[in-house]
Design a protein around this ligand. Structure first.
Ligand code: XLS
Ligand code: NI
Ligand code: NI
Length: 437
């Protein structure tokens, strides 16, 4: 078998003292923490689109990526070779999962029928490679935003034919995800939003989106696909307003249209910051609704206002993520999916390794740090204590919905005023977290 990354060995754990850029310093897949290996805790996944299909262009210049295996053609043979490259990469990196859009793995044809056939040809290779390596599919999805037909959206397009085309495309993407044993299927509303309200019937578009998702739920049942459906919130880009704005907007949409039992959220860090939230905020919102499914692990640049999709390197950020995920009890079907791309200046194949090794190490440190904070217990104890006054008899009755304004007035009137407040101790808690970094 040909090697596409000659000279790159299987990446192994070198330990914190290692100075080898092709070794993990913190990610030790076999290390067991609380009865689960690091590999099982983190469930790392590589995305096909940024890693193997992104030429690294920007609005001011063409792609720079050096990908010696790619002959630049839109042929099935080129796509099949790329699939082999991808699996050599997954194997050498030691990730258990990957994720794809239909159009990343196989070239779009002149007709939908031809596109379906191209997919089938590449899926054969993916299936063999999965069997050979044991690498699994975390989730599949359909690209409903690149082709010009989707300029006005897909499930929210004013053009009914586009809606039908999108449905047929998703149907096929679900089928191949199912065939490849995918643990999930993601819906990211690529252009489901608007650029101006002057030409938009928002209510009608949202109704259509809900109908589309209900049909997907019905089809999932029909084919017996048992994976998790995810919605991935994003507030803007490419449209100025995306309907799946943030976790709260998605939950409201899912509840309004009776879809909540069928979906979980796939939260992406850079999307959270674009919405004006910290990732931890989005995670807490989703967890509170019992709807956190998976994460797209990346980060933005605080000085740039768009989805830069950089690899996560901040241990503070990964610690926050892992605190939430561990408190939730860990992932079930989801994982830490690196929806991230190397910079345009990092154009060599080896940069793909450095980027992922860094992201995996950052999350391994986040996992260990979060675990230590939880084991220490002071942070959780502080939060519990902060709400202690609610543990009185009337507080409990209020929480249980068994008290009214009359009860509260009778309680507080004789006291004259509320008891004194306690300090929030933000700085002390920030110091506490830093003790573990
Ligand atoms: C784009 C999204 C996209 C989804 C998959 O911003 O992150 O890559 O994860 O369609
Ligand atoms: Ni994403
Ligand atoms: Ni994104």
């Amino acid at each position: 078998m040909s090697e596409f990354f000659p000279g790159v060995p299987k990446i192994s754990f070198g330990g914190p003292k290692s100075r080898n850029p092709l070794e993990f310093k913190h990610y030790n897949p076999a290390e067991v923490l609380d009865g689960k290996s690091m590999k099982e805790h983190l469930r790392f996944s590589v995305v096909y689109w940024h890693t193997f299909s992104n030429p690294l262009a920007d609005p001011f210049g063409v792609g720079t990526a050096l990908r010696p295996w790619d002959d630049g053609s839109h042929s099935v043979a080129n796509a099949q070779r790329k699939a082999k490259v991808a699996f050599e990469f997954f194997e050498k990196l030691g990730v258990p999962f990957y994720a794809f859009h239909d159009r990343d793995i196989a070239p779009e044809g002149w007709t939908l029928k031809e596109s379906h056939a191209h997919l089938d040809e590449v899926v054969k290779v993916l299936k063999d490679e999965q069997a050979r390596t044991g690498v699994k599919l975390l989730w599949g999805t359909a690209n409903l935003f690149s082709n010009p037909r989707y300029m006005h959206g897909a499930a929210t397009s004013p053009n009914f034919d586009v809606f039908a085309f999108a449905a047929a495309q998703v149907k096929k993407a679900m089928e191949i995800t199912h065939e490849l044993g995918g643990a999930g299927y993601t819906f990211w509303g690529g252009r489901e939003g608007y650029s101006t309200l002057l030409n938009t019937d928002m209510k009608r578009e949202l109704d259509h989106l809900a109908r589309f998702l209900h049909m997907a739920v019905a089809y999932k049942k029909q084919i017996g696909f048992a994976g998790t459906f995810y919605i991935e919130p994003k507030p803007k880009e490419p449209t100025k307003h995306q309907y799946d704005f943030d976790a709260s907007a998605c939950l409201n949409f899912l509840r309004t249209y009776d879809l909540l039992p069928h979906f979980k959220l796939n939260l992406e860090t850079n999307h959270a910051t674009l919405a004006g939230h910290e990732m931890m905020h989005e995670l807490e919102v989703a967890i509170g609704a019992g709807a956190l499914g998976s994460i797209d692990a990346n980060t933005g640049d605080p000085l740039l206002g768009w989805d830069t999709d950089q690899f996560p390197t901040s241990v503070y950020l990964t610690t926050q993520c892992m605190l939430c995920i561990l408190k939730m009890g860990g992932f079930t079907t989801g994982g830490v999916n690196f929806d991230a791309k190397v910079r345009r200046e990092s154009f060599e194949p080896i940069d793909l390794f450095y980027a992922h090794i860094g992201g995996m190490d950052a999350f391994a440190r986040g996992l260990k740090t979060a675990r230590a904070i939880l084991a220490d217990g002071r942070l959780a104890a502080f939060v519990k204590e902060r709400y202690r006054s609610w543990d009185c008899e009337l507080g409990r009755r209020v929480e249980a919905g068994q008290a009214g304004f009359n009860d509260l007035e009778s309680y507080i009137l004789p006291k004259g005023d509320a008891a004194k407040n306690a300090s929030g101790r933000q700085e002390m808690l920030e110091n506490l977290v830093n003790e573990f970094l």
